[in-house]
Design a protein. Structure first.
Length: 446
């Protein structure tokens, strides 16, 4: 089954189909930039020049990796969210009864309690640690690396090196130096491949391969969407990712400030967080952007959906469903009369009916809605969706006139935290901290 975008309810309420015309008219400008940046190598998430090397270098690591029962990933943001989405979509066994391994643990926070729980329960000899950081200098990841290195070394001495793989820049950064110094196995995060666009590189695919997920299929799916853009940038106007970008920009232009990502493929719920990071960190710039709001069907029908339906009319919605979902067991004949219409139907029929009901309710309540219908929910389909959303994010940023590949605003908090921890070279931040902390507080006890 093909994957489709269903547009009939996308340009509604304050949005008219003609609102996309001035944006589509900019396709020539977008095409030129796309041609320029793909040929200069600045968009490796689209052109995937790293694929051959990854396919050569990752498989030889697998015997060593799969000899371990556990993989512990150290990474944060774009270095963690893709792996988690892929894990939960395609290797959810860890959260289901009777699982006998393998286990993937993703440490993407600096919660000492959680970290201690992991290190005290895991056996170093049965654990492969994968430290993932494009920059090789992210303090959350590095601090975990220092502690885990000690944990491994204490238990196994110099053999600790065989239980650590580094995924980082090929040339620069502290982690690359560490890999060289200790002879650690490593995989590259290529130049220009920013964290949130890197899930389909070693960053997301090494954990996927450990779990036995078909990572080549993820890449194939992504390539099927990227190829027309990379090979014929001049046809960008026909590409669904550009259509999606025009719609997203039109939404923003018409005061829709939030974009719901409503996922009715429950196994893919963690893609909501992945998408939210991709969209927010790429597009929240210069006072512009739409706030991504991840939601999972049907669970969130009973939580935040009330706000979608009856709150401020400031929301558009990407609504995700899939054909061919598992239907599960059927209801028996002893279902009480009040629910007799369920008799003989499979449990899975609820998902389809509730997705339709919610979709219609959103449309009736003023939410422009783009329905993304996946032909199936295998890894190849997921790769295609990820590439569609990454390309759409890029084009939306270009149409907005901002850089969708950087994230300058997050630096301030990092500098202040470093100053707070006593790092050198943050004179201004130290002064700002002192002023902030000296301000009189207004506390209320509860
Ligand atoms: O998308 C991004 O660029 C960020 O979220 C990064 O992934 C995150 O800050 C972690 O960076 P790094 O991979 O350099 O440790």
């Amino acid at each position: 089954m093909p994957h489709t975008l269903e547009w009939s309810r996308a340009y509604t309420h304050r949005l008219a189909l003609t609102d996309a015309d001035p944006l589509k008219a900019r396709a020539g400008e977008v095409a030129q930039r796309l041609a320029r940046e793909t040929s200069s190598g600045e968009l490796p998430f689209l052109t995937m020049p790293y694929r051959a090397r990854l396919e050569a270098e990752l498989p030889p690591l697998l015997p060593q990796v799969r000899a371990c029962k556990h993989m512990l990933v150290l990474g944060i943001g774009g270095s963690a969210l893709g792996a988690r989405a892929i894990q939960q979509a395609f290797a959810p066994g860890q959260d289901t009864p009777g699982h006998t391994g393998p286990w993937l643990w993703i440490a993407d926070n600096v919660c000492a309690e959680r970290f201690e729980a992991l290190l005290s329960a895991l056996s170093p000899a049965e654990t492969m640690v994968v430290c993932i950081s494009k920059s090789g200098g992210t303090i959350e990841t590095l601090s975990q690396y220092f502690l885990v290195r000690d944990w491994l070394r204490t238990s196994m001495g110099e053999a600790w090196r065989e239980h650590m793989i580094v995924v980082t820049d090929i040339v620069k950064g502290y982690l690359r130096e560490e890999a060289g110094k200790h002879g650690l196995a490593s995989l590259e995060v290529p130049d220009y491949l920013g964290g949130r666009y890197s899930a389909l590189s070693a960053v997301g695919l090494l954990p996927a391969a450990f779990l036995g997920i078909d990572w080549h299929a993820l890449l194939d799916g992504a390539a099927s969407v990227a190829r027309p853009l990379a090979e014929s940038p001049e046809n960008v106007v026909e590409h669904p990712s550009f259509a999606l970008a025009c719609w997203a920009k039109a939404l923003e232009d018409h005061a829709y400030s939030q974009l719901i990502f409503f996922c009715y493929i429950p196994q893919w719920a963690a893609y909501g967080d992945w998408f939210a990071q991709l969209w927010a960190e790429s597009l929240g710039k210069e006072g512009k952007g739409t706030q991504p709001v991840p939601a999972t069907g049907v669970t969130d029908q009973h939580s935040i959906n009330q706000m979608f339906l009856s709150g401020p009319r400031n929301k558009g919605c990407i609504f995700l469903t899939s054909e061919g979902q598992e239907q599960g067991r059927a209801f028996g004949d002893d279902v009480p009369d009040k629910w007799s219409w369920l008799k003989g139907k499979p449990f899975g029929s609820l998902l389809e009916a509730e997705a339709l009901g919610t979709r219609m309710a959103l449309c009736k309540n003023g939410v422009p809605l783009l329905h993304v219908q996946m032909g199936d929910n295998g890894p190849r389909a997921a790769g295609a969706l990820m590439m569609l959303l990454e390309a759409a994010t890029l084009f939306t940023g270009w149409l907005m006139g901002i850089n969708p590949l950087d994230q300058p605003a997050v630096e301030l908090g990092k500098r202040l935290a470093n100053a707070r921890l006593g790092a050198k070279g943050y004179t201004q931040e130290e002064a700002d901290l002192a002023t902030y902390l000296a301000a009189p507080q207004m506390k209320q006890v509860f």
